[in-house]
Design a protein around this ligand. Structure first.
Ligand code: FEC
Length: 305
């Protein structure tokens, strides 16, 4: 039986504070951060314990998805991990697949919603690496409406509402990473897809109060999608909300943008505003999420024929 490759791609994170400058430079496509920008990012990593758990979680996710894919049939899938901003790079994973004689692979980013500026750039790197010599890639653009993924999100929102004193009066806010607002002029589907998955979860749970917020906007001069989560909290406080459940639906792991931007920065702002902020549990390598990702890959394999 021929082995089908899975090119699983994720953001990547510095493994130590010494790597933060190179990482930040890579994110900024080769432009070094200023000393002040670098110091601020180092400070945020220090606040979450020095390093982000993202790399360890990404590895566990890849291993668990490979096990799930191979559980029912003959082992027929092999997962290769490629990071966008750190080693092992997407190009390294593609080279490893070629070395192992993999001829076809499903390429999947561990981010459910498509934007040309996020998932699209992972795919560009993968296609570029596979251009000479393969493997042939079947790129999954989005999987935000995968039924088991929506179930997993709904279960976590329900669990968080269970921690509220008055769940019926709490606001559920679905957040995702902000992007430059110019994506709106590009016909990019990112905003619509975030609304689609949030609305599907709200429908599953019959939520009366839900809204959408943007987080972790880049520190550049151009306008980013808003309103930012911190400003939204202020507006909610003014409207009389006292409990807010934040569901970071655009992220599938615990990492800096969750552990700092929500758990430290947004919680502190919420407290100042008299709001109790409850964050939903991230997916990490939980079995329900792993099964959802395996479903996405199996469907892509079937669709590719
Ligand atoms: O835990 C960790 O160490 C890594 C957490 C992390 C994840 C992540 C995911 C996304 N990003 C997306 C877009 C952008 C754009 C810029 C940008 C900048 C940063 C910086 C850090 C960072 N991102 Fe990130 N992102 C993570 C970390 N990101 C650190 C730099 C400092 C800062 O701005 O806070 C702006 C680039 C520029 O300046 O030109 C744009 C998107 C995602 C979600 C999809 C995905 O996972 O790929 C979109 C995790």
């Amino acid at each position: 039986m021929t082995t089908l490759g899975v090119l699983m791609m994720a953001y990547g994170t510095p493994r130590s504070l010494d790597e933060v400058e190179a990482y930040y430079t890579d994110i900024r496509r080769g432009r070094k951060p200023s000393p002040a920008e670098l110091a601020d990012l180092v400070r945020r990593y220090q606040a979450i314990g020095g390093v982000s758990p993202l790399w360890e979680i990404t590895k566990r996710q890849a291993e668990a998805v490979e096990r799930a894919l191979n559980a029912q049939a003959e082992p027929a899938f092999r997962v290769y991990l490629g990071m966008k901003h750190t080693a092992p790079r997407i190009a390294d994973a593609v080279a490893d697949m070629r070395r192992d004689g993999i001829e076809r692979a499903v390429a999947l980013v561990l981010a459910p919603h498509y934007s040309a500026m996020s998932v699209g750039t992972y795919h560009e790197q993968a296609r570029e690496a596979a251009r000479d010599g393969g493997p042939e890639l079947c790129c999954v653009n989005q999987w935000h409406l995968e039924p088991r993924f929506l179930d997993a999100l709904a279960a976590r929102v329900e669990e968080a509402l269970g921690q509220c004193r008055r769940p019926d009066e709490a606001m559920v806010m679905f957040t995702a990473h902000s992007l430059p607002a110019r994506i709106l002029d590009m016909g990019d589907p990112y905003v619509d897809q975030l609304h689609q998955s949030g609305e599907a979860v709200a429908k599953r749970l019959g939520l009366a109060h839900y809204s959408f917020g943007w987080q972790s906007a880049g520190r550049t001069r151009e306008p980013w999608l808003g309103p930012d989560l911190l400003d939204s909290l202020e507006a909610l406080a003014n409207e009389g909300y006292r409990e807010v459940v934040v569901c970071a639906q655009g992220f599938v792991a615990d990492h800096l943008e969750v552990l700092y931007d929500i758990d430290i920065e947004a919680k502190q702002r919420a407290e100042e505003l008299g709001i109790r902020l409850v964050r939903t549990r991230q997916m990490n390598d939980d079995p329900d999420f792993v099964r959802a990702v395996a479903d996405v890959i199996e469907r892509a394999k079937r669709d590719a024929g």
